[in-house]
Write a protein that binds this ligand. Structure first.
Ligand code: ADP
Ligand code: ZN
Ligand code: ZN
Length: 674
């Protein structure tokens, strides 16, 4: 019999490894780092990850527990994968177990192995011969070809910004660069990240058509557990050559990874907003550097971080200035001054006329409004009552088709009151306008039009978003109304008009990133129009923005499609104001039943450690202080040097963990919502 001590990390908030004794039969291979094991933990049996093995332990014999089972049927996770998790754990200041284990498919983390064994059997032994066969690929234009060649030629770490206007054919560049990489080595893997789960089907289709013989795996939160396991295994075993996924795919095991592509790299959804608050884009860059491979960050409106790196030469910038489809040009953007052209049903007469023209010509239109529900507030004119959420610093949103008031922050639902709860007035008024109300108003204006709304409410059922997008692509929809869900990535071929209903609110936000985001969003959604080029007798593509501030410089930049100038201006402002990317930040959040508890903890935290160069701001309540009956506050830490900030955080967290408090707290490195 053989013995050894295995150091195992588990999915617990305790920042430590646990020692277990492994006893094997003679000749049985000793488990190695990267292997999964089933171990007793408290009264449960849990799956953990071996990070090291050794001969001795400080744990007394009586307390030392035995490994129950080794998942020897599963090839160990590689040391590079472990290093990636270790980096994320250190950088984001979370225990390694909490980083590495929860990202694994659930079927790997349960005591039973039936599902795993069955899934493994399906893969069988034979490795299918894979031949990347770029059939039916369109001929790239010169700029695209150059970009694809530069990407494919890079054989070492090469961060590349693919800066291409909407519709410039970035996807085609990704696919043809990938084809070259896949053809070169017959086990190479390519990872393509997209910001939204709803964009995976479109891309998956393109990829499968282009590479009919290759195994393609998808990884996103919408997969059933069985699928998730199968796809994860395909990636881990090296069978899947192309892996498409949302942000969580960046932590997948990809033993032969040779190229990473991050589409719409600026998109906020690459940032995980709970638990391990990582940036999938940043981890992707780290992973590419670790493996010495190229990484492509694609966008028409790169994040300022990426733009800054491209300007300073740390990232290589490849540019696609023109739309790829024959005759397609960027749409003309016009502002509609809402002070002059007063809207009815939220829509100005100019926009109505433009919609009517599209209806007559059988072309599609898109109306973009980033606010779901019917109206953001229900109010009583008589006494001033408004539909506050009893549990949050927020309004309950009126959802008319569902006959509900809903809080979008704590999910509380109520029936719509028949009369004012305070004064009994039966004439309650919806204030403002969400997508449901726009849909209703539009149907009154155009009773014959086929109108579809796509937002989080209309697409709750699994598969319903895809069905809705498919019907738009099939031409069964005249006017599409939607939130940011419709703004990204979709290649609508018959859409010639985009109307943007109410973008002004973001102009005056406290968040210094708001204008960067608004600009990106407007460019993205504008980019849905005119992707196929003007048809004979058809309309030129246009974008109409309804605003009360037609003089605002942000709109001037959108009209000029001038990201360069806009970004340079913003970067200059950020530099002068001492904001990211010229400064590094971390945010300590605390929440408690009483605001004072949260603030008290943050105050104590702010005073417990000082370092030269580290700026600790005053603790403040969050803008939306109360959510679900919990009060929230935050403390911002700033530093001009990333390593110095990292060193401080490490020391600081050790102290925070020792503090006694009733507040629940968490730390976020590189926060995006402040
Ligand atoms: P982006 O991601 O840059 O917004 P897409 O990759 O969606 O743009 O491409 C826009 C459209 O142009 C797609 O319909 C695509 O099929 C088409 N396209 C891309 N490259 C070419 C090309 N070289 N020739 C003709 N059409 C192209
Ligand atoms: Zn009232
Ligand atoms: Zn609420």
């Amino acid at each position: 019999m053989e013995h050894s001590i295995l150091q195992v990390v588990l999915d617990t908030p305790l920042a430590t490894c646990f020692d277990y004794r492994w006893t094997g039969e003679a000749g049985e291979p000793r488990p190695v780092a990267g292997q999964l094991v089933l171990v007793p933990f408290g009264r449960r049996e849990v799956v953990g990850l071996v990070v090291a093995s050794r001969e001795k332990t400080d744990v007394p014999d009586a307390k030392l527990k035995d490994v129950i089972a080794v998942r020897s049927q599963l090839a160990p996770l590689s040391s590079t994968w472990l290093d990636l998790c270790t980096f994320a754990s250190e950088y984001y200041q979370r225990p390694l177990g909490e980083v590495a284990v929860p990202g694994l498919p659930k079927n790997l983390r349960i005591p039973k192995t039936v599902a795993l064994d069955r899934a493994l059997k399906k893969f069988g032994k034979a490795n299918d011969v894979c031949d990347a066969s770029p059939d039916q690929a369109p001929r790239l234009n010169t700029a695209q070809q150059h970009a694809a060649d530069v990407i494919a030629a890079a054989r070492e770490f090469a961060p590349i910004l693919l800066y291409g206007v909407t519709g410039s054919g970035k996807t085609e560049v990704y696919l043809q660069a990938a084809a070259q990489v896949l053809a070169r080595e017959d086990d190479a893997q390519v990872l393509i990240l997209v910001p939204e789960i709803n964009l995976t089907p479109q891309l998956e289709n393109n990829v499968r058509m282009r590479f009919p013989q290759l195994h393609v795996a998808t990884l996103h939160s919408g997969l059933a557990e069985g699928e998730r396991l199968a796809h994860w295994l395909a990636a881990h075993l090296g069978r899947a050559r192309i892996i498409l996924g949302t942000r969580l795919a960046i932590l997948a095991s990809l033993p032969q990874l040779k190229l990473i592509i991050v589409d719409e790299e600026h998109d906020p959804s690459y940032k995980q907003q709970e638990g391990l608050r990582y940036s999938a884009r940043d981890l992707a860059v780290w992973r590419a550097r670790q493996l010495g491979i190229p990484i492509v960050l694609g966008s028409a409106t790169p994040s300022l971080e990426t733009w800054h790196h491209a300007q300073s030469g740390r990232y290589k910038k490849l540019e696609l200035r023109e739309r790829a489809s024959k005759d397609a040009v960027l749409p003309k953007v016009r502002l509609i001054d809402m002070e002059r052209d007063k809207p009815a049903e939220g829509i100005t007469s100019t926009l109505i006329a433009a919609l009517r023209l599209r209806l007559e010509r059988g072309e599609q239109s898109l109306l973009f409004l980033n606010r779901r529900g019917y109206a953001p507030v229900l109010a009583c004119d008589a006494c001033g009552w408004i539909s506050n959420c009893p549990r949050c610093t927020a309004f309950m949103v009126l959802h008319k088709p569902e006959h509900r008031l809903r809080c979008h922050h704590c999910s509380l639902e109520q029936r719509i009151p028949r009369h004012c709860p305070t004064c009994g007035n039966i004439d309650l008024q919806p204030l403002g306008r969400g997508t449901q109300r726009v849909e209703e108003g539009l149907q009154n204006i155009f009773p014959q039009a086929r109108i579809t709304r796509i937002d989080a409410d209309s697409t709750r059922r699994k598969g319903s978003a895809q069905a809705a997008f498919d019907s738009v692509h099939r031409g069964e929809v005249d006017i599409l109304i939607g939130t940011q869900m419709v703004a990204k990535g979709h290649d609508f071929r018959n859409l010639t008009l985009v109307g943007i209903l109410n973008p002004d609110t973001a102009l005056f936000s406290h968040d210094y990133r708001a204008s960067e985001r608004l600009f990106a969003q407007l460019m993205q959604v504008s980019g849905r129009a005119g992707r196929a080029g003007q048809k004979e007798g058809g309309s030129a593509s246009e974008v109409l923005i309804q605003t009360r501030y037609p003089q605002h410089p942000l709109y001037a930049a959108v009209m000029a499609h001038d990201y360069d100038r806009f970004a340079s201006g913003l970067l200059e402002e950020r530099q002068q104001a001492g904001l990211p990317p010229f400064l590094y930040q971390a945010l300590l959040r605390a929440e408690a039943k009483e605001l004072d508890t949260a603030l008290g903890f943050l105050k104590q935290a702010a005073e417990c450690l000082q370092h030269p160069g580290i700026v600790i701001n005053d603790p403040i309540p969050m803008t939306m202080t109360r959510v679900a009956n919990v009060d929230r506050a935050q403390l911002l830490i700033e530093c001009a040097s990333r390593p110095a900030l990292q060193a401080f955080l490490k020391e600081w967290l050790a102290l925070l963990r020792e503090m006694k408090t009733r507040a629940k707290w968490s730390l976020e490195v590189d926060p995006v919502d402040i």
